[in-house]
Ligand binder design. Structure first.
Ligand code: CA
Length: 226
């Protein structure tokens, strides 16, 4: 059974989410402040984390940043609960690293649907589960480890998903819109420059393997096998 950790200080809301997630067939664990939620996530990594932005103790953005730095939770999808007007781009972008967000007030049904969609996205099987090797670049899809010439490359969850998407569709041009949809999610309200920003960072981090990613002017990107 997949387990969802809910980090939310509004207890009624947390209970309501937990109840509905259990109805949908998930196990649910609750934490009512940021620091406790973070330590629970690190000691018992769940399959997905629902994380409120405004939390006592440690803000959701800070919790999320730390989750992204820890090997135990780096690949765990994070669905952020935000209030209207909070900086969505920052939350879902590389600065904080959440995978998705919903704006309060939300329908619980919507949250359950997003949870299912995120789990589907993160659980997509990769062929054979052995490292993918493209030139100097190797991706261990089981452990989410990327190396270039044998040296580990630290990527954010979004950068990793972006790279994996390009690798799985190598040789085929991907439009900025389709990358936004597939990597960030269909409802993501940001613009396509977000894709450019992440590609630039990804290329830099990949060093010599960054050249594998080609820009297709006016359209998008393509990863080419050397
Ligand atoms: Ca709150």
């Amino acid at each position: 059974m997949q387990r969802i950790l809910i980090i939310e200080d509004e207890r009624d809301l947390a209970e309501l989410l937990a109840f509905n997630l259990r109805q949908a067939g998930f196990a649910a664990t609750l934490a009512h402040d940021g620091a406790l939620g973070l330590s629970e996530a690190l000691t018992h990594p769940p399959d997905l984390i629902i994380l409120d932005l405004m939390l006592p103790g440690l803000l959701g953005t800070e919790v999320c940043r730390r989750l992204r730095q820890e090997p135990a939770t780096i690949g765990v999808p994070v669905l952020m609960l935000t209030a209207r007007g909070e900086e969505i781009d920052r939350v879902v972008g590389f600065e904080v690293g959440a995978d998705d967000y919903v704006v309060k007030p939300f329908s619980v049904r919507e949250v359950v649907l997003r949870v299912k969609a995120l789990l589907r996205r993160s659980g997509e099987p990769h062929p054979e589960g052995k490292p993918l090797q493209i030139g100097a670049l190797a991706i261990d899809t089981e452990r989410h480890v990327v190396t270039v010439d044998g040296a580990a490359v630290e990527l954010t969850t979004l950068e990793y998903k972006l790279l994996l998407t390009l690798v799985e569709r190598r040789g085929r041009v991907q439009s900025r819109d389709s990358l936004l949809q597939d990597v960030w999610g269909y409802h993501y309200a940001g613009d396509t420059r977000t894709v450019d920003t992440h590609i630039t960072r990804l290329r830099t981090k990949l060093g010599s393997a960054g050249d594998l990613i080609h820009t297709v002017r006016g359209f998008g990107y393509k990863l080419e096998t050397p």
